[in-house]
Design a protein around this ligand. Structure first.
Ligand SMILES: [Zn+2]
Ligand SMILES: [Zn+2]
Length: 196
């Protein structure tokens, strides 16, 4: 197992969030990674350090043994679709609508004229990133597929399928399932019924 492989299980969204999920970390004999949906545990990697106050993963594991060990169904992550909120406009493609790109706005009254940083764009002059798609212009589609007594995201199943001889062990419909592979184990959260 290489650290690059584990990195795929880390948080890959907005870099201002989930700081401790952005890289793998080690505790004792093991190295872990998580993105909040997946948790993976492998024998400790020499190049992954321990961190102060690591994420408490005790609640991330299934509460009981798997009902069965099943092969990962073949699936592909669904293609992203155009963001409805911004209509696919990428960040930095337009001038701020309030200040017209100046980054400042002027106010006047009978005494004075005031120049202030534009609050809409934080003084940047560019239209801020769309909060729905983080300025990428597209959003992920969550599609699930039933596996045993539960259902899981196709995107994450496709990732698990890249691990050697990976199998999934659902426990119940609502809780996380186990997965195991040559060289480690982990847990995966289900998707809601209706998504699969
Ligand atoms: Zn502005
Ligand atoms: Zn958007």
């Amino acid at each position: 197992m290489k650290v690059e492989t584990l990195q795929q299980f880390c948080w890959a969204g907005d870099v201002d969030n989930h700081l401790k999920m952005q890289k793998p970390w080690s505790v004792g004999e093991f190295t872990f990674a998580t993105n909040g949906h997946l948790l993976i545990k492998v024998p400790r990697l020499a190049d992954v350090a321990e961190i102060v106050n690591p994420i408490d993963i005790a609640n991330g594991w299934p509460k009981s043994e798997p009902s069965a060990w099943l092969d990962i169904p073949t699936c592909e992550a669904p293609a992203p679709v155009v963001c409805q909120k911004c209509n696919g406009k990428k960040a930095g493609q337009g001038a701020c609508p309030e200040c017209g790109g100046d980054g400042e706005v002027e106010f006047s009254n009978i005494y004075n004229t005031y120049t202030v940083d534009c609050a809409t764009c934080d003084g940047e002059g560019e239209e801020l990133e769309c909060s729905t798609c983080d300025g990428t212009g597209t959003v992920e589609v969550i599609e699930g597929v039933a596996v045993g007594c539960s259902g899981f995201s196709k995107k994450y199943l496709a990732l698990l399928a890249t691990l050697p001889n990976c199998q999934i062990g659902p426990v119940d419909q609502c809780g996380p399932a186990w997965f195991r592979f040559d060289g480690g184990e982990g847990a995966i959260c289900p998707v809601r019924p209706g998504v699969y």
